[in-house]
Design a protein around this ligand. Structure first.
Ligand SMILES: Cc1cc2nc3c(=O)[nH]c(=O)nc-3n(C[C@H](O)[C@H](O)[C@H](O)COP(=O)(O)OP(=O)(O)OC[C@H]3O[C@@H](n4cnc5c(N)ncnc54)[C@H](O)[C@@H]3O)c2cc1C
Length: 360
Protein backbone atom coordinates (compact mmCIF):
# COMPACT_ATOMS: atom_id res chain seq x y z
CA UNK A 1 0.00 0.00 0.00
CA UNK A 2 3.00 2.36 0.52
CA UNK A 3 3.20 5.28 2.92
CA UNK A 4 0.27 7.67 3.26
CA UNK A 5 0.88 11.43 3.49
CA UNK A 6 -1.25 11.46 6.63
CA UNK A 7 -2.82 8.83 8.88
CA UNK A 8 -5.61 9.94 11.20
CA UNK A 9 -6.53 7.82 14.20
CA UNK A 10 -10.24 8.25 15.00
CA UNK A 11 -13.16 8.92 12.67
CA UNK A 12 -15.25 11.21 14.94
CA UNK A 13 -15.94 14.82 13.92
CA UNK A 14 -12.28 15.85 14.40
CA UNK A 15 -10.81 12.95 12.39
CA UNK A 16 -13.40 13.12 9.60
CA UNK A 17 -13.05 16.88 9.24
CA UNK A 18 -9.25 16.62 9.08
CA UNK A 19 -9.44 13.70 6.63
CA UNK A 20 -11.93 15.44 4.35
CA UNK A 21 -9.85 18.63 4.14
CA UNK A 22 -6.59 16.66 3.63
CA UNK A 23 -8.17 14.54 0.87
CA UNK A 24 -9.62 17.70 -0.71
CA UNK A 25 -6.09 19.11 -0.85
CA UNK A 26 -4.93 15.99 -2.70
CA UNK A 27 -3.07 14.27 0.17
CA UNK A 28 -3.00 10.47 0.39
CA UNK A 29 -5.12 10.22 3.53
CA UNK A 30 -5.88 7.27 5.80
CA UNK A 31 -8.45 7.11 8.63
CA UNK A 32 -8.26 4.28 11.17
CA UNK A 33 -11.44 3.98 13.25
CA UNK A 34 -11.98 1.42 16.02
CA UNK A 35 -15.77 1.14 15.64
CA UNK A 36 -17.97 0.17 12.74
CA UNK A 37 -20.20 3.12 11.84
CA UNK A 38 -22.95 4.08 12.36
CA UNK A 39 -22.43 4.06 16.13
CA UNK A 40 -23.80 6.16 18.99
CA UNK A 41 -21.58 7.80 21.57
CA UNK A 42 -21.94 9.66 24.85
CA UNK A 43 -22.88 13.18 23.77
CA UNK A 44 -25.73 15.65 24.14
CA UNK A 45 -26.13 15.52 20.31
CA UNK A 46 -26.41 19.33 20.06
CA UNK A 47 -24.67 21.20 17.24
CA UNK A 48 -23.59 24.67 18.30
CA UNK A 49 -24.32 27.26 15.55
CA UNK A 50 -20.57 27.87 15.26
CA UNK A 51 -20.37 24.48 13.48
CA UNK A 52 -22.24 25.71 10.39
CA UNK A 53 -19.39 27.58 8.64
CA UNK A 54 -17.10 24.52 8.95
CA UNK A 55 -19.89 22.22 7.78
CA UNK A 56 -20.44 24.55 4.80
CA UNK A 57 -16.73 24.41 3.91
CA UNK A 58 -16.95 20.61 4.18
CA UNK A 59 -19.90 20.71 1.75
CA UNK A 60 -22.25 18.90 4.14
CA UNK A 61 -24.32 21.68 5.81
CA UNK A 62 -27.46 20.91 3.79
CA UNK A 63 -26.94 17.15 4.19
CA UNK A 64 -26.83 17.64 7.99
CA UNK A 65 -30.04 19.72 7.85
CA UNK A 66 -31.62 16.85 5.88
CA UNK A 67 -30.90 14.31 8.66
CA UNK A 68 -33.66 13.58 11.21
CA UNK A 69 -33.13 16.32 13.82
CA UNK A 70 -34.70 18.89 16.13
CA UNK A 71 -34.28 22.63 15.73
CA UNK A 72 -33.79 23.93 19.25
CA UNK A 73 -35.62 27.16 19.98
CA UNK A 74 -34.64 27.73 23.62
CA UNK A 75 -32.50 26.55 26.50
CA UNK A 76 -34.20 26.07 29.85
CA UNK A 77 -32.10 26.20 33.01
CA UNK A 78 -33.67 24.48 36.02
CA UNK A 79 -32.36 24.99 39.57
CA UNK A 80 -32.26 22.23 42.20
CA UNK A 81 -35.51 23.44 43.77
CA UNK A 82 -37.25 23.63 40.39
CA UNK A 83 -37.00 27.35 39.57
CA UNK A 84 -36.69 27.83 35.78
CA UNK A 85 -35.25 30.40 33.41
CA UNK A 86 -35.72 30.17 29.64
CA UNK A 87 -33.32 31.80 27.18
CA UNK A 88 -34.15 31.91 23.46
CA UNK A 89 -31.67 30.45 20.97
CA UNK A 90 -30.91 31.88 17.50
CA UNK A 91 -33.48 31.10 14.82
CA UNK A 92 -33.07 30.56 11.06
CA UNK A 93 -30.80 28.20 9.14
CA UNK A 94 -27.90 28.80 11.57
CA UNK A 95 -29.88 27.63 14.58
CA UNK A 96 -28.76 25.17 17.25
CA UNK A 97 -29.78 21.75 16.08
CA UNK A 98 -29.70 18.31 17.70
CA UNK A 99 -28.96 15.20 15.68
CA UNK A 100 -27.96 11.70 16.75
CA UNK A 101 -24.22 11.13 16.59
CA UNK A 102 -24.76 7.83 14.77
CA UNK A 103 -26.16 9.87 11.84
CA UNK A 104 -23.90 12.93 12.08
CA UNK A 105 -20.59 11.09 12.46
CA UNK A 106 -21.49 8.60 9.73
CA UNK A 107 -22.27 11.43 7.32
CA UNK A 108 -18.93 13.13 8.02
CA UNK A 109 -16.92 9.95 7.67
CA UNK A 110 -18.68 9.20 4.36
CA UNK A 111 -17.81 12.71 3.17
CA UNK A 112 -14.12 12.07 3.92
CA UNK A 113 -14.34 8.79 2.03
CA UNK A 114 -16.12 10.41 -0.94
CA UNK A 115 -13.38 13.03 -1.14
CA UNK A 116 -10.79 10.26 -1.48
CA UNK A 117 -9.69 9.34 2.06
CA UNK A 118 -9.05 5.62 2.69
CA UNK A 119 -11.21 4.71 5.67
CA UNK A 120 -10.66 1.55 7.70
CA UNK A 121 -13.43 0.93 10.23
CA UNK A 122 -13.25 -1.77 12.92
CA UNK A 123 -9.52 -1.04 13.13
CA UNK A 124 -7.99 -0.31 16.54
CA UNK A 125 -4.56 1.29 16.75
CA UNK A 126 -2.44 -0.50 19.35
CA UNK A 127 1.21 0.54 18.82
CA UNK A 128 3.29 3.27 17.18
CA UNK A 129 6.89 3.63 16.06
CA UNK A 130 8.57 6.57 14.35
CA UNK A 131 11.70 6.78 12.24
CA UNK A 132 11.44 8.49 8.83
CA UNK A 133 7.75 7.56 8.67
CA UNK A 134 5.23 6.55 11.30
CA UNK A 135 4.58 2.83 11.61
CA UNK A 136 1.05 2.30 12.95
CA UNK A 137 0.18 -1.14 14.28
CA UNK A 138 -3.40 -2.28 14.67
CA UNK A 139 -5.17 -5.11 16.47
CA UNK A 140 -5.04 -7.98 14.01
CA UNK A 141 -1.39 -7.11 13.18
CA UNK A 142 -2.02 -5.07 10.06
CA UNK A 143 0.54 -2.22 9.83
CA UNK A 144 0.23 1.13 8.09
CA UNK A 145 2.86 3.76 7.28
CA UNK A 146 2.45 7.54 7.05
CA UNK A 147 4.59 10.69 6.98
CA UNK A 148 2.31 12.53 9.41
CA UNK A 149 0.16 11.15 12.22
CA UNK A 150 -2.95 12.78 13.68
CA UNK A 151 -4.42 11.78 17.04
CA UNK A 152 -8.18 12.35 16.69
CA UNK A 153 -9.09 9.50 18.98
CA UNK A 154 -10.99 11.31 21.69
CA UNK A 155 -10.52 12.13 25.37
CA UNK A 156 -8.78 8.83 26.20
CA UNK A 157 -6.48 9.15 23.16
CA UNK A 158 -4.50 5.98 22.49
CA UNK A 159 -2.03 7.98 20.36
CA UNK A 160 -1.30 10.34 23.28
CA UNK A 161 -1.03 7.41 25.70
CA UNK A 162 1.34 5.45 23.43
CA UNK A 163 3.54 8.57 23.04
CA UNK A 164 3.52 9.22 26.82
CA UNK A 165 1.62 12.47 26.42
CA UNK A 166 -1.71 11.59 28.02
CA UNK A 167 -2.16 13.41 31.35
CA UNK A 168 -2.95 11.15 34.29
CA UNK A 169 -6.73 10.91 34.62
CA UNK A 170 -8.12 12.79 37.61
CA UNK A 171 -10.45 11.01 40.04
CA UNK A 172 -13.30 12.48 38.21
CA UNK A 173 -16.88 12.65 37.17
CA UNK A 174 -18.66 10.20 34.94
CA UNK A 175 -21.37 10.76 32.31
CA UNK A 176 -24.24 8.47 31.31
CA UNK A 177 -26.26 8.89 28.16
CA UNK A 178 -29.28 7.21 26.57
CA UNK A 179 -31.92 7.87 23.94
CA UNK A 180 -35.35 7.42 25.52
CA UNK A 181 -38.92 7.94 24.23
CA UNK A 182 -39.65 11.66 23.88
CA UNK A 183 -42.03 12.78 26.64
CA UNK A 184 -45.21 14.44 25.35
CA UNK A 185 -45.12 18.25 25.15
CA UNK A 186 -41.33 18.36 25.64
CA UNK A 187 -41.07 21.10 22.96
CA UNK A 188 -38.00 22.12 20.97
CA UNK A 189 -35.81 23.07 23.90
CA UNK A 190 -32.59 21.98 25.59
CA UNK A 191 -32.98 21.48 29.32
CA UNK A 192 -29.98 21.95 31.61
CA UNK A 193 -31.10 20.83 35.03
CA UNK A 194 -29.07 21.12 38.23
CA UNK A 195 -29.62 18.26 40.64
CA UNK A 196 -28.22 17.68 44.12
CA UNK A 197 -25.97 14.91 42.77
CA UNK A 198 -24.81 16.63 39.54
CA UNK A 199 -26.76 17.68 36.47
CA UNK A 200 -28.81 16.43 33.57
CA UNK A 201 -28.95 17.61 29.95
CA UNK A 202 -31.99 16.80 27.83
CA UNK A 203 -32.74 17.53 24.16
CA UNK A 204 -35.13 16.04 21.60
CA UNK A 205 -33.18 14.57 18.67
CA UNK A 206 -36.15 13.89 16.38
CA UNK A 207 -39.92 13.54 16.64
CA UNK A 208 -39.80 10.48 18.91
CA UNK A 209 -36.55 10.39 20.91
CA UNK A 210 -34.99 12.40 23.73
CA UNK A 211 -31.26 12.53 24.36
CA UNK A 212 -30.79 12.22 28.11
CA UNK A 213 -27.39 12.84 29.72
CA UNK A 214 -26.55 12.51 33.41
CA UNK A 215 -23.31 13.83 34.88
CA UNK A 216 -22.21 12.94 38.39
CA UNK A 217 -19.41 11.34 40.37
CA UNK A 218 -18.91 7.59 40.76
CA UNK A 219 -20.65 7.62 44.20
CA UNK A 220 -23.65 9.73 43.00
CA UNK A 221 -24.26 8.42 39.49
CA UNK A 222 -26.57 5.57 40.56
CA UNK A 223 -28.79 8.08 42.44
CA UNK A 224 -28.91 10.22 39.29
CA UNK A 225 -29.97 7.17 37.33
CA UNK A 226 -32.75 6.47 39.84
CA UNK A 227 -33.86 10.12 39.52
CA UNK A 228 -34.01 9.70 35.73
CA UNK A 229 -35.99 6.45 36.03
CA UNK A 230 -38.60 8.21 38.19
CA UNK A 231 -38.65 11.49 36.29
CA UNK A 232 -38.92 9.97 32.79
CA UNK A 233 -40.69 6.73 33.75
CA UNK A 234 -37.96 4.55 32.28
CA UNK A 235 -37.22 1.06 33.48
CA UNK A 236 -34.23 -0.03 35.55
CA UNK A 237 -32.98 -2.17 32.65
CA UNK A 238 -32.52 0.92 30.40
CA UNK A 239 -29.16 0.67 28.61
CA UNK A 240 -26.83 3.61 29.29
CA UNK A 241 -23.62 4.49 27.48
CA UNK A 242 -20.91 5.80 29.76
CA UNK A 243 -17.72 7.87 29.58
CA UNK A 244 -15.07 9.36 31.85
CA UNK A 245 -13.11 11.61 32.46
CA UNK A 246 -15.03 14.82 31.80
CA UNK A 247 -12.05 17.02 32.64
CA UNK A 248 -8.35 16.57 31.99
CA UNK A 249 -5.35 18.72 31.15
CA UNK A 250 -4.79 19.51 27.47
CA UNK A 251 -2.21 17.67 25.34
CA UNK A 252 0.08 20.02 23.32
CA UNK A 253 -1.49 19.96 19.85
CA UNK A 254 1.62 20.19 17.59
CA UNK A 255 4.75 18.03 17.52
CA UNK A 256 7.18 17.10 14.76
CA UNK A 257 5.06 14.96 12.41
CA UNK A 258 2.35 14.50 15.05
CA UNK A 259 -0.86 16.51 15.60
CA UNK A 260 -3.65 16.26 18.18
CA UNK A 261 -7.14 17.55 17.43
CA UNK A 262 -10.60 17.53 19.01
CA UNK A 263 -11.03 15.92 22.41
CA UNK A 264 -7.64 14.19 22.05
CA UNK A 265 -6.06 17.67 22.35
CA UNK A 266 -8.43 19.38 24.77
CA UNK A 267 -11.54 18.25 26.63
CA UNK A 268 -14.09 20.99 27.36
CA UNK A 269 -16.97 20.97 29.84
CA UNK A 270 -19.93 19.22 28.14
CA UNK A 271 -22.43 21.61 29.80
CA UNK A 272 -21.71 24.27 27.15
CA UNK A 273 -22.13 21.86 24.19
CA UNK A 274 -19.19 23.13 22.13
CA UNK A 275 -16.97 20.05 21.79
CA UNK A 276 -18.11 19.15 18.27
CA UNK A 277 -17.30 22.64 17.01
CA UNK A 278 -13.75 22.49 18.44
CA UNK A 279 -13.35 19.02 16.90
CA UNK A 280 -14.46 20.13 13.42
CA UNK A 281 -12.45 23.35 13.42
CA UNK A 282 -9.24 21.89 14.86
CA UNK A 283 -9.48 19.15 12.20
CA UNK A 284 -9.66 21.84 9.53
CA UNK A 285 -6.72 23.76 11.03
CA UNK A 286 -4.56 20.62 11.23
CA UNK A 287 -5.36 19.76 7.60
CA UNK A 288 -4.20 23.25 6.56
CA UNK A 289 -0.89 22.87 8.40
CA UNK A 290 -0.28 19.33 7.10
CA UNK A 291 -1.06 20.40 3.52
CA UNK A 292 1.33 23.35 3.77
CA UNK A 293 4.12 21.15 5.14
CA UNK A 294 3.55 18.64 2.33
CA UNK A 295 3.83 21.48 -0.19
CA UNK A 296 7.22 22.45 1.21
CA UNK A 297 6.43 25.15 3.80
CA UNK A 298 8.87 25.38 6.68
CA UNK A 299 7.69 22.74 9.18
CA UNK A 300 8.37 24.75 12.34
CA UNK A 301 6.51 27.83 11.15
CA UNK A 302 3.52 25.69 10.03
CA UNK A 303 3.44 24.06 13.49
CA UNK A 304 3.67 27.46 15.20
CA UNK A 305 0.80 28.83 13.10
CA UNK A 306 -1.33 25.76 13.86
CA UNK A 307 -0.70 26.14 17.60
CA UNK A 308 -1.55 29.84 17.42
CA UNK A 309 -4.74 29.18 15.44
CA UNK A 310 -5.87 26.55 17.97
CA UNK A 311 -5.26 28.98 20.84
CA UNK A 312 -7.22 31.64 18.92
CA UNK A 313 -10.11 29.20 18.48
CA UNK A 314 -10.50 28.83 22.26
CA UNK A 315 -9.70 32.47 23.10
CA UNK A 316 -12.62 34.32 24.66
CA UNK A 317 -14.53 31.08 25.21
CA UNK A 318 -12.58 29.14 27.83
CA UNK A 319 -13.54 31.47 30.69
CA UNK A 320 -17.20 30.60 30.08
CA UNK A 321 -16.19 26.97 30.10
CA UNK A 322 -14.47 27.42 33.48
CA UNK A 323 -17.53 29.24 34.82
CA UNK A 324 -19.79 26.42 33.59
CA UNK A 325 -17.48 23.86 35.22
CA UNK A 326 -17.59 25.73 38.53
CA UNK A 327 -21.40 25.83 38.31
CA UNK A 328 -21.77 22.12 37.59
CA UNK A 329 -19.17 21.03 40.15
CA UNK A 330 -21.28 22.84 42.73
CA UNK A 331 -24.93 22.43 41.67
CA UNK A 332 -25.93 24.76 44.52
CA UNK A 333 -23.87 27.52 42.93
CA UNK A 334 -25.40 26.67 39.52
CA UNK A 335 -28.85 26.90 41.08
CA UNK A 336 -27.93 30.26 42.62
CA UNK A 337 -27.16 31.52 39.07
CA UNK A 338 -30.62 30.39 37.94
CA UNK A 339 -32.27 32.17 40.91
CA UNK A 340 -30.28 35.34 40.13
CA UNK A 341 -31.32 35.08 36.47
CA UNK A 342 -34.98 34.92 37.49
CA UNK A 343 -34.54 38.45 38.85
CA UNK A 344 -32.21 39.67 36.11
CA UNK A 345 -31.87 37.32 33.11
CA UNK A 346 -29.40 39.54 31.23
CA UNK A 347 -26.25 37.72 32.48
CA UNK A 348 -27.55 34.28 31.55
CA UNK A 349 -28.71 35.66 28.18
CA UNK A 350 -25.27 37.20 27.60
CA UNK A 351 -23.45 33.93 28.47
CA UNK A 352 -25.78 31.85 26.29
CA UNK A 353 -25.36 34.28 23.37
CA UNK A 354 -21.53 34.03 23.71
CA UNK A 355 -21.70 30.24 23.58
CA UNK A 356 -24.12 29.94 20.66
CA UNK A 357 -22.66 32.68 18.47
CA UNK A 358 -21.54 31.73 14.93
CA UNK A 359 -17.86 30.95 14.38
CA UNK A 360 -15.46 33.69 15.51
C1 LIG B 1 -21.97 14.00 28.47
C2 LIG B 1 -21.42 14.72 27.28
C3 LIG B 1 -22.28 15.54 26.54
C4 LIG B 1 -21.78 16.23 25.43
N1 LIG B 1 -22.64 17.01 24.71
C5 LIG B 1 -22.17 17.72 23.66
C6 LIG B 1 -23.07 18.50 22.86
O1 LIG B 1 -24.27 18.51 23.05
N2 LIG B 1 -22.54 19.22 21.84
C7 LIG B 1 -21.19 19.23 21.57
O2 LIG B 1 -20.75 19.93 20.65
N3 LIG B 1 -20.33 18.45 22.29
C8 LIG B 1 -20.79 17.70 23.30
N4 LIG B 1 -19.94 16.89 23.99
C9 LIG B 1 -18.53 16.80 23.58
C10 LIG B 1 -18.39 15.99 22.28
O3 LIG B 1 -19.01 14.75 22.43
C11 LIG B 1 -16.91 15.80 21.94
O4 LIG B 1 -16.24 17.03 22.11
C12 LIG B 1 -16.71 15.31 20.51
O5 LIG B 1 -17.24 14.02 20.34
C13 LIG B 1 -15.21 15.28 20.17
O6 LIG B 1 -15.03 14.75 18.88
P1 LIG B 1 -13.66 13.99 18.52
O7 LIG B 1 -13.76 13.67 17.06
O8 LIG B 1 -12.52 14.78 19.01
O9 LIG B 1 -13.68 12.67 19.40
P2 LIG B 1 -14.72 11.48 19.39
O10 LIG B 1 -16.05 11.92 18.95
O11 LIG B 1 -14.59 10.87 20.76
O12 LIG B 1 -14.17 10.45 18.31
C14 LIG B 1 -12.99 9.72 18.54
C15 LIG B 1 -13.04 8.47 17.68
O13 LIG B 1 -11.79 7.79 17.83
C16 LIG B 1 -12.04 6.39 17.84
N5 LIG B 1 -10.92 5.74 18.53
C17 LIG B 1 -10.60 5.80 19.84
N6 LIG B 1 -9.50 5.06 20.11
C18 LIG B 1 -9.12 4.53 18.92
C19 LIG B 1 -8.05 3.64 18.55
N7 LIG B 1 -7.15 3.19 19.45
N8 LIG B 1 -7.95 3.27 17.26
C20 LIG B 1 -8.86 3.72 16.33
N9 LIG B 1 -9.88 4.55 16.64
C21 LIG B 1 -10.02 4.95 17.92
C22 LIG B 1 -13.37 6.26 18.58
O14 LIG B 1 -14.03 5.05 18.25
C23 LIG B 1 -14.13 7.50 18.09
O15 LIG B 1 -14.98 7.22 16.99
C24 LIG B 1 -20.39 16.14 25.08
C25 LIG B 1 -19.56 15.31 25.82
C26 LIG B 1 -20.07 14.60 26.90
C27 LIG B 1 -19.14 13.70 27.68
Amino acid sequence: MGAFDVAIVGGGPAGSSCAAFCALAGLRTLVLERENFPREKVCGDCLNPSCWPVLERLGVAQLVRDLPHSRLAAVEFIAIEGHKVIVDLPTGSDCELSVKRSLFDDLLLKRARDLGAHVREGTTVTALAHSRNWKIETRGSENFFARTLVGADGRNSTVARLWNLLPRPARERVALQAHIPLPRHFDKRVVLQFLREGYSGQAPVNETELNLCLVGTPPTISRLRQWAERHFEITADQLWRTITPLTRSPVPCAHDGLFFIGDAARVVEPFTGEGIYYALRSGELAAKAITEINRGKDRQSALREFTRACAQMYRGRLWINRLARAAVLSPRMGSFFVHAAEINPSILKFLTAKIVSREL
